[in-house]
Design a protein around this ligand. Sequence first.
Ligand SMILES: *Cc1c(COP(=O)(O)O)cnc(C)c1O
Length: 558
Amino acid sequence: MKGMSKIIRYFQDPNSKDISRYMEMISSLDSFVSKQVDTDKSRLNGEIECSYYDYLKGCKLSLESREPTEVFEEISELFKGTVRWNYPGTMININPPANLPAAAAGSYTMLINPNFAQDMLTGNLIKSELETCKYLAELAGWDWEDSHGVFTFGGKSTVMYAVKVGLQKCSQDISKNGIKGDIFVVSTSQGHPCHAEVCDWLGIGKSNCLKLPVDDNGRMLIEESEKIISERIKKGGILACILANGGTTLQLTVDPIKEVVEMRDRLAEKFSLNYLPHVHVDSVIGWTWLFFENYDFNRNTLSFDAKVLSKIRSMYLRISQITYADSFAADFHKTGFCPYTSSVFMSRDKAQIFKLGDVHPIELDELEYGNYSPFQYTMELSRAGTGPISALTTLKCFGYEGFQKVIGSLMTVGEYIKDSLKKNCEFEVINDKTEGFVTLFIIKQPGENLKYNDISDMDSESAAGIAEYIYHFFLYLIDKQAKGECSISLEYSEGYDVTKSGVKIGVLKAFPMSPLANKENMTGIIKELFDLKMEYDKCRDDFSPYEVLHRPRAFVCR
Ligand SMILES: *Cc1c(COP(=O)(O)O)cnc(C)c1O
């Protein structure tokens, strides 16, 4: 065909092992993007065009093919303003920097392009999924030979797998005939919003995802919950799945997993259920604390500070009860420092996973090249191999100790942030007790003698004044960031609390996620935060945000 020579150069030559053109392309893109990198900023430089409409109006696809370098230069514009997750002052969310070996192995895998629908399309590569799942089962204290797991497109879909398993347990013919009867699912008031959203997607309905009550530490209140569930069952309700927390996003709250399982057993007996309601632990964040299994907390070989050590230990003891659950999940793209997306759903009983697709279970000793076909029971047909490869690479590179160090470092930095903020009376940390590394705090006007807990009793006008003061400081930070005058990125939760008079109080959040953060570089970052607060107080009356990177209201709170 005429003129093919240019387009075939966009593919790897089958007669050559030389991939230098691929490597050059990566270097070429980097040469444009890295121009925007400022090593002491939390985002890549460059103006972000605010209106997508204006941008789209100017977009037109060319008829003729173009040179990759030319396209890369253009594409590099899109990297402007992206977040540098490795920068210690980037504290926006549970969003990690991708570790280099995982990113390298993941992108190289993209070049090979295996399809993890089934082993025939991957060669040996699909072993990475089986092997990662074996390690996860062992971390949970399960018999790896009885359990099974699947990689899927996100933490949200791990919850979808859990609820789907719950559905098939409570209703034998559901895959054929669909949902019949008053099926419900339970989570807690601290559960991730996706628990209810998944119930929507699966046709159960958000209002049939009950939010069970919690104690002062955010953990499921077993007695009250048992009553609520019993009432619903008495009225004909069918409990498909209990979604317990295995480390919530902000406070790292873990529900009393063993007690949850015991409650499930009591309910099944009391109502003579002909099935056991499924117990899933949403541990997409908390699973990495399982790596402390073999940590000698007495000798404390990694020399964690006493407070950090005690928080890690108590978190480990809670999450290790995952062993009693029927399923749990791990997001390698959160506390596993992998590129997106790399999520695993793990079931203690492997038969439950095969049943998702009505597939006859294959015994482990019969599982061999040629018959491993996850597409038969996963939500996906074509499935990327990047998640399992990055996960396995990370597990092997880090080892147990690497995870202990990285998690220990986040915890140490988290405590350091809390301690530093506490030294400034215009800042108040409001989650000192939590076992997590996220710091929630508010700021106060100079000379104001107020405690966070007092806000709740204030009249609505005073409370609204305080709420606005905190919110505007957040906008001030974003504004400074957009102008390149501030290196820190924090997060804000609107409506974290509601006062008795009905005013929503937002709080500031700092999620240290970079393993390269330490006390030394955090000292400078916290000083910058204090200075910014002083500046804000000076110009507050004249400040009106004119350039906002994102409107936090829209997506921080659902
Ligand atoms: C992030 C998160 C989810 C959703 O996971 P994605 O990977 O973002 O889809 C679910 N539950 C908890 C507790 C989370 O932190």
